[in-house]
Structures are given as structure tokens and as C-alpha cells.
Design a protein around this ligand. Structure first.
Ligand code: 2F6
Length: 322
């Protein structure tokens, strides 16, 4: 009775040679062809109960130290993971959301996060009311899913800088879902215009729809493509003489080369305000070094927090002096 209840791989694991054990384990998937393989299976399934065999105890003795060290290793790894999760709570939560929950949400909803944000805005904001669009995006960011919009904390600093600078023509690098474009666009004077360069076609489409919901389509143009290709075309193709303000919020390693490209292309005038997001998190050290050590810029730092989080971040204002 007992013999028939013991799964073949347990029995062979205790009694057979390594080769036999392998053959017997795999035999469930691949039926044996040779006589020796058949023999191995027969030996295994008809052997005596585990405890009564000397080879069984021998094999248990040789396995247990390995199992013990494995258990110690796994426990150690789990403890280390728990310690790191506690020490770097913010980062851990961030990676948990972005790497584990996000693919699950995307699979279940059949939509990307950005599509879910747009849907939420369409359901919760008032068409033609930019403030309601910003509030809907912020609510979604705090209560549903984190996303890399500028957010309300840094957004209020941007509002203040916009009110002080009073720009007519604004250039944005990196639109994402259109949050900062709507934020700045709503404060433009009559006849003012914002051009936002977005590399990702899907994000450019989402931004265009977001701007439509806000009713700012006549004030904002989304230009789809890489900044290094579009910046040199601003004057001729887009008929932009100079810009009064530039909001840098795209790839952090492009902040410095694009600043130099803007200088070379002649779209900056005396007094143009460069406003850079994320100068602390993830950080833009080469850009900060350049503008802070250049006599052509006057810099101010605005400490803040990462959007919808408590982690430190800041905006840097660099006024071009000519
Ligand atoms: N240009 C090279 C990247 C971007 C970007 C996020 C614009 C742009 N390059 C990054 N949105 N757009």
C-alpha cells in the first residue's frame, strides 16, 4: 500500500543513483525508450519504504546541511530585503508600484497608465476649465497612481514664476500628459503661446487630448519629436523669433546640451527664464554646474518635493543675461 502512495521521484531520490533519479524524474514527461531506463523506473517504484533503507538515511544526511545553508541564505536575503525596504521606504514603494503593480494594472485594464489618467480627467474635469483638469490629475496622482507630472507643490512655484515673468512665448521640453502645459497655458496673456516638444508619440497624443479638455488648444502646440532635432528648427519652421521662458522637463542628460543648443540657435533673449524641473531628484548636476558657474545666467533655487511624494526635489530658475 505505502509503496504505491510514495511518488516515484521521492523513492528514486532516496534509493537510486544520481543517473537513475534523473531518469525517473524525467520519465513522467518523456517515456523511456531504452531497456536500462525502463529498468531504472521499475527499481524505483518497487523499492522498500524510505526509513528501512540504509541508502535513504545516507542520502538524508548528505542533503540536510545543504538544505540548512539554503534556508539560512533565503532567510538572510529576506531579512536584508526587509531592512532595505524599511530604510528606503520611498524608493521601495516607488519600485513596487512601477515594476509590480503597474504591469498588473495595465494587463487588467487593457490600457496604459497615461490612458487611465486621461480617462479619469474626461470623467472628472469640466471641459474648458484648466483648473479642473489640474485638480483631477493631482487627485489621481495622490489617490490612484503615481505619475511624473509636475504636481501641485512644484506647480504652485511655477505659477508664481509665470506671474512674475509674464511670458508671452513659452517653450516646454517634455510634455508627458500635458499637465505642465495646461498649468502654464492657463496663465498666458491673450495672444500668448506655448510650444511643447514631446519625444513620445503616445504621450504627445495624450497631451493633445488633455489640452483639448482644458480648452487651451488655441494657446498650446504639441510638437512631436526629439528636442535636438526641433530646437534648431524653431526659428525657420515654427516662426519663433525668441522665447520668454523655457521649461525643461525632459531627459535629464539633455538639459545641458539643449541649453547650449538654445543659446546657439538664438532663441534666447536677455531676460529669458530657463526653469528646470527635477534638479535634485533624479538630478541634473552638469546642467546646474554650467548655469550656476556661467556669467551669462543668474540662478535661483526653489526647494520643493517630488510630485505626490515627500522626497526632496527642486526647481532651478536660470535667467539668461545675454
Ligand atoms: N527630446 C531627446 C527626449 C524628449 C522627451 C520626455 C522632447 C524630448 N528628447 C523626454 N519627453 N520628451
Amino acid at each position: 500500500m505505502a509503496k504505491t502512495l510514495i511518488p516515484p521521484f521521492c523513492v528514486s531520490g532516496a534509493t537510486g543513483s544520481r543517473k537513475e533519479r534523473l531518469i525517473t524524474r524525467t520519465s513522467a514527461l518523456f517515456p523511456p525508450h531504452s531497456a536500462s531506463q525502463t529498468q531504472a523506473r521499475t527499481v524505483a517504484t518497487t523499492s522498500e519504504p524510505l526509513a528501512s533503507l540504509p541508502s535513504a538515511s545516507k542520502s538524508r544526511h548528505s542533503l540536510s546541511p545543504m538544505l540548512e545553508s539554503q534556508t539560512i541564505l533565503i532567510t538572510g536575503a529576506l531579512l536584508l530585503l526587509l531592512f532595505l525596504a524599511w530604510k528606503y521606504k520611498g524608493l521601495f514603494v516607488f519600485f513596487w508600484h512601477e515594476c509590480i503593480l503597474l504591469p498588473v494594472f495595465n494587463f487588467i485594464s487593457g490600457m496604459s497608465k497615461e490612458e487611465r489618467i486621461l480617462n479619469w480627467v474626461k470623467q472628472n474635469a469640466v471641459v474648458g476649465n484648466p483648473q479642473s483638469v489640474l485638480e483631477a490629475i493631482d487627485k489621481y496622482g495622490y489617490e490612484k497612481e503615481w505619475a511624473m507630472h509636475v504636481g501641485d507643490v512644484k506647480g504652485r512655484i511655477m505659477d508664481k514664476i509665470m506671474e512674475e515673468t509674464k511670458p508671452k512665448i513659452v517653450l516646454e521640453l517634455g510634455a508627458y500628459c500635458g499637465y505642465s502645459a495646461v498649468r502654464m497655458g492657463r496663465l498666458l496673456p491673450p495672444g500668448g503661446h506655448l510650444f511643447s516638444i514631446e519625444f513620445n508619440q503616445k504621450f504627445a497624443d495624450i497631451s493633445q487630448q488633455m489640452i483639448q479638455v482644458a480648452g487651451l488648444q488655441d494657446k498650446i502646440s504639441i510638437l512631436n519629436g526629439p528636442s535636438q532635432e526641433i530646437i534648431p528648427q524653431l526659428k525657420k519652421k515654427y516662426e519663433i523669433n525668441t522665447v520668454d521662458m523655457v521649461f525643461l522637463d525632459h531627459w535629464k542628460e539633455r538639459y545641458l546640451p539643449d541649453t547650449k543648443l538654445l543659446e546657439e540657435s538664438g532663441v534666447l533673449h536677455k531676460g529669458t527664464v530657463l526653469l528646470a524641473d527635477n534638479v535634485i531628484c533624479p538630478g541634473t548636476p552638469d546642467f546646474l554646474d554650467y548655469v550656476r558657474n556661467s556669467k551669462r545666467y543668474e540662478c535661483t533655487n526653489y526647494p520643493a518635493t517630488v510630485e505626490y511624494m515627500r522626497m526632496h526635489d527642486a526647481l532651478e530658475k536660470a535667467v539668461f543675461l545675454g
